[in-house]
Ligand binder design. Structure first.
Ligand SMILES: [Zn+2]
Ligand SMILES: [Zn+2]
Length: 278
């Protein structure tokens, strides 16, 4: 029986399943860190997804490209492409890459290293893997979520990719949640270690942390202290989550949030930057 890929239309996760019948359920939506669909699960076969979805891209900083899918599929993750001497790094993935998007990535030099912070950023990693055969790096503690693609480079808590790029485990939200720090661009690709609320001008207005967003499950003090340790290690000016570019969400602001949360009752509410920086 042939296997194929279906996307859960609620969250956008890809599921490797039998070609002749739809998946039984979406593991990602069943998890406490995501919501269930309002009614039943619905899935889209890869062949139908190719018809329905297109992929956009833009260079948001010199050498950093943002890929996304429209109309929105599931949670609407973004894939980041870092142009690098010696081979590009793709971190997180959009929910679908059109043929034109794959050709654009080829023109930009392809992908040598493919990685993601945690399952909410996996998007269509499998499409990038099939197209470019990169090293595919995921933290060993999140391997149970990777059935839709093939991890060929599981990592421990710290992995130096080159002089400018390092991956470090954040944990918390997912046990294997892992950030990527780009020292050249001063960006922390932080996974969902930070959630950013924006104002009408697209400026960061408030920050929050959670273990589970929909159920409002806060992080524990030890998890917050680990975020604090990682944020302290890297001087970043901006953050990229699997969903957005947090321009000017700096190390100072991220540390102010964690320090604030360590002094309050556990919660997942957005804390205005005005409060944090006062
Ligand atoms: Zn789902
Ligand atoms: Zn997440």
């Amino acid at each position: 029986m042939a296997l194929t890929h279906y996307a859960c239309t609620h969250c956008g996760s890809w599921i490797l399943w039998f070609d002749t019948r739809k998946p039984l359920y979406c593991k990602n939506c069943m998890d406490v860190r995501n919501a269930l669909p309002d009614e039943d699960f619905t899935y889209i076969h890869i062949d139908a997804a190719k018809e329905k979805y297109t992929t956009q891209w833009q260079e948001i900083l010199p050498g950093l490209w943002d890929f996304s899918t429209s109309p929105q599929l599931g949670l609407g993750s973004h894939g980041w492409l870092i142009i690098r001497e010696g081979g590009n790094i793709a971190f997180e993935a959009a929910p679908h890459y059109s043929q034109a998007a794959l050709e654009r990535i080829s023109e930009l030099g392809g992908i040598s290293i493919l990685a993601a912070s945690h399952p909410h950023g996996y998007g269509a990693l499998w499409e990038l893997q099939e197209a470019f055969s990169p090293q595919l790096i995921i933290h060993k503690n999140d391997l149970e979520h990777t059935k839709a693609f093939k991890v060929n480079h599981p990592i421990d808590d710290f992995e130096q990719l080159d002089e400018q790029h390092v991956m470090v485990r954040m944990g918390g939200h997912y046990d294997g949640q892992t950030a990527l720090f780009d020292a050249e661009k001063k960006i922390l690709f932080a996974g969902d270690a930070l959630k950013i609320d924006f104002d009408e001008n697209g400026e960061a207005r408030a920050l929050s942390c959670h273990k589970g967003y929909h159920y409002h499950i806060p992080l524990t003090p030890d998890e917050l202290r680990h975020y604090q340790k990682v944020f302290s290690m890297y001087e970043f000016d901006h953050v990229c989550t699997p969903f957005e570019f947090g321009r000017n969400v700096s190390q100072k602001k991220a540390l102010a949030l964690v320090n604030h949360l360590l002094q309050t009752e556990p919660h997942t509410n957005p804390v205005p930057l005005k409060t944090l920086l006062s």
